[in-house]
Write a new protein. Structure first.
Length: 174
């Protein structure tokens, strides 16, 4: 595999060339259990992630416990082996989850901004004397969420509220 291909494989894990060289040197010069050595080789030299390693039908990568004998190791177990020898990578994976959380927060913020309603009456289109109106009234289980609120002019709001109050008195909503 050419170095250019390896660079793209390692870029999502942010492994620099010096870290990769250090890992390869560690694998070659340290007396490791054969299974751990094979996992580290696949991770750092072949560029496979933990899930891909767990799917390998490699006889050296099997669970040795009585309960799961003969089955491949889980991705979590593989990551734990990698973290045991290279604990600095644990923080990098945790940082990735922080980045993911930031993306989720950004998506939620955009959704909230998009849910902001046009300041015009939803009934007649007027932009004067606007009030917020609950599409699903609170007594019917509605919430104060932005998705349940719309703008209505004072006149339309009174008419719709009058209709909703009559529904409440007759209990048709149940």
């Amino acid at each position: 595999m050419a170095w250019n291909n390896q660079r793209t494989l390692y870029s999502y894990r942010r492994i620099t060339a010096t870290e990769r060289a250090k890992a390869i040197d560690y694998i070659k010069n340290t007396n490791l259990e054969s299974r751990e050595k094979r996992i580290l080789e696949l991770y750092f030299i072949e560029g496979m992630n933990a899930m891909a390693i767990s799917r390998q039908n490699d006889p050296e990568i099997v669970c040795l416990s009585n309960r799961n004998k003969g089955k491949p190791l889980s991705a979590t177990s593989i990551l734990n082996i990698i973290y045991k020898h290279f604990p600095e990578f644990r923080n990098r994976h945790a940082a990735k989850s922080d980045i993911q959380q930031q993306r989720i927060d950004l998506i939620r913020k955009r959704e909230k901004e998009q849910s902001v309603h046009i300041k015009a009456c939803a009934w007649c289109g007027s932009s004067e004397n606007l009030e917020e109106h609950h599409m699903i009234p609170l007594f019917m289980g509605g919430t104060n969420d932005d998705r349940n609120l719309i703008y209505m002019c004072n006149r339309c709001h009174k008419e719709v509220s009058k209709y909703q109050n009559e529904l409440r008195k007759t209990r048709v909503f149940c």
